[in-house]
Design a protein around this ligand. Structure first.
Ligand code: ADP
Length: 587
């Protein structure tokens, strides 16, 4: 086994990997951007190296800086987590080129599964069918219309190199085709650097069920069980569970076998996930994710396996210590994603900022995988996943009730979170009865009545609290390597708490709605304008989109809050804007 592992990631997944390494007695190396100098993953790791930069591109996607940290730390293996470099073959090859192990599949397997078109082809060649669709990119509007005439509307226009629910547009009739193609291509180019799009039939009430696989370098490939990830908004997962409810065991066995077939067909090694859409007893291959998934803990809770441990063991050349028949799945696990997003009115607006207070839930069967603690900041530059709350129960209903209890116990202040939406979903009779599908949250759950800031508005400031001394950890960087020095300082001089237990701080509630109602349309956060939809002289209604802002890896519609005529448009596509900047004036 390795003695030292570098984790080329941040947030909860870096913390997750560090924890298993600690349990296995492996020394851990963190890397960090300028904004993450005091982040939880850095605090937990045995040593840490500065990558410089703020944005992902400048830091966690800076190959040279990471390779340099690997060399300087003497790490024998690199765990990429998910996102960032986890599915980047250039990075994987650069790592192995340095004689260091990349904890993941061989680059060839990543390449075959790396885009949706080539993975569909590979699965179909192995005899596993995908959703009816194309295996060639589409460029012409007429192809979309022709496809719909054969397969029926609606049609899904998908980014061939897409992921994370981005870059997919659903078109219901010919009039929407042009705009959907343009928007899908624009998002695909912006997020994935490749504009190619292709077509699939859009299934109308499917469930997203995916199969965890694990393969070693000795020819063993097993399926560990499925996860139902149907609770989504904007095609991004919100809640995941295992086993999938109301899922016949013969279908499970067939899906497991199909997943292993796909894995073997691409020479897969390490942990991977084969995603399917399931509708009316049939399942269709969607894609394979060649990395650890965000939602892997639900599989861990029902199988009792530590997937990160097995990733490391497999990467170190160990054979899987069990067979398909040895695997046991017990009880039911549910995971809820707690994102820094304001679900008020069902809008899920990004809500970066300082977490003034985070109180994790406790009690039986509860696990919180968080990337932050009280005092930490959720940056607008990175994914806004604050934590994953995962519970286990002997059956689904017990797990559902336990999750409701644990969510109500969880306190997050300073940023808005998806907790109120998660509660509304778990409490819904359709969820309890497992009548959900991938469209259920958006079509059937009324989130428009959710209260502002999720009912977790910061408390009033206690006026006469004594000023105690607090423990401050001061970071010193010596030649790019991070050292921590501890100091006791008066709280007033301590400034912002970073890891020190200073009790709840307060902050003013964030205003995340676009515009002020006065006709001045502003953006709620820093980002880039990707499209302006109005011109001076246009008449707009309340709620009409004025421009599209790309921020926190999402396209956000910035809407007029007042009816009237557009008097001024202050931005154009490509402009960078800051929080509160005025983009248009309506009178
Ligand atoms: P990503 O790589 O962005 O996660 P996927 O292809 O895995 O994209 O799809 C994400 C989600 O989008 C699925 O879970 C499902 O909800 C929806 N989806 C994707 N393709 C289809 C389709 N053809 N029909 C219906 N829903 C789809």
């Amino acid at each position: 086994m390795f003695e030292k592992v570098l984790i080329a990631n941040r947030g909860e997944i870096a913390v997750r990997v560090i924890r298993t390494c600690q349990e296995l007695g492996i020394a851990t190396v963190a890397v960090y951007s300028e904004l993450d100098r005091d982040a939880l993953h850095v605090r937990l790791a045995d040593e840490a190296y500065a990558l410089g930069g703020q944005t992902a591109a400048e830091s966690y996607l800076n190959t040279e800086a990471i390779l340099d940290a690997i060399a300087r730390s003497g790490a024998q293996a690199v765990h990429p987590g998910y996102g960032f470099f986890s599915e980047n073959t250039d990075f994987a090859r650069a790592v192995t080129g340095q004689g260091v192990v990349f904890v993941g599949p061989p680059p060839e397997a990543i390449e075959v599964m790396g885009d949706k078109i080539s993975s569909r082809r590979a699965a179909e060649a192995a005899g596993v069918s995908g959703v009816p669709g194309h295996t060639e990119p589409v460029t012409d509007q007429a192809e979309v219309t022709a496809f719909a005439e054969t397969h029926g509307w609606p049609v899904a226009i998908k980014a061939a190199f897409g992921g994370g629910g981005r870059g997919m547009k659903v078109v219901g009739d010919p009039a929407e085709v042009a705009e959907a193609m343009e928007s899908a291509q624009r998002e695909a180019q912006a997020y994935f650097g490749r504009p190619e799009i292709y077509l699939e039939k859009y299934l109308d009430w499917p469930r997203h069920i995916e199969m965890q696989v694990l393969a070693d370098t000795h020819g063993n490939a097993l399926w560990l069980g499925e996860r139902d990830c149907s609770c989504q908004r904007r095609h991004q997962k919100l809640i995941e569970e295992s086993p999938a409810p109301d899922f016949p065991d013969d279908v499970r066995q067939a899906m497991g076998a199909a997943a292993v077939t796909v894995a073997k067909a691409c020479g897969y090694v390490n942990a991977g996930t084969v995603e399917f859409l399931y509708q009316e007893g049939e399942f269709f291959f969607l894609e394979m994710n060649t990395r650890l998934q965000v939602e892997h803990p639900v599989t861990e809770l029902v199988t009792g396996l530590d997937l990160v441990e097995w990733q490391l063991r497999v990467a170190a050349g160990e054979p899987l210590g069990f067979s398909q028949e040895d695997l046991r799945r017990d009880g039911h696990a549910i995971e809820v994603r707690i994102n820094a997003e304001d679900p008020t009115g069902g809008r899920f607006a990004p809500s970066p900022g300082r977490i003034t207070l985070l109180v994790p839930p406790g009690g039986p069967g509860v696990r919180l995988d968080a990337g932050y603690e009280s005092g930490d900041t959720v940056s607008q530059y990175y994914d806004n996943l604050v934590a994953k709350l995962v519970v286990w129960g002997p059956d689904r209903e017990a797990a559902r009730r336990r999750m409701l209890r644990a969510l109500r116990e969880t306190v997050v202040r300073g940023v808005a979170t998806t907790i109120p939406a998660d509660l509304a979903i778990l409490d819904h009779p359709d969820f309890a009865a497992a009548r959900h599908s991938t469209r259920w949250v958006e079509d059937r759950v009324d989130l428009t009545t959710l209260p502002a800031l999720g009912g977790q508005a910061p408390p009033a400031v206690p006026a006469d609290e004594p000023e105690p001394r607090v423990l401050r950890e001061v970071t010193a960087e010596v030649d790019g390597r991070r050292y921590t020095v501890k100091l006791w300082v008066p709280e007033a001089a301590a400034g912002a708490p970073a890891g020190a237990r200073t009790g709840p701080r307060t902050s003013r509630p964030r205003v995340t709605d676009a515009g002020t109602g006065s006709g001045t349309v502003t953006v709620p956060m820093q980002g880039t304008i990707v499209k302006v939809l109005v011109a001076v002289g246009d008449v707009v209604e309340v709620g009409q989109t004025v421009c599209v802002l790309e921020a926190m890896k999402m396209e956000n519609a910035i809407a007029a809050e007042k009816e009237g005529t557009v008097r001024e448009v202050k931005v154009s596509a490509g402009d960078s804007v800051g929080a509160g900047d005025v983009v248009a004036v309506v009178e």
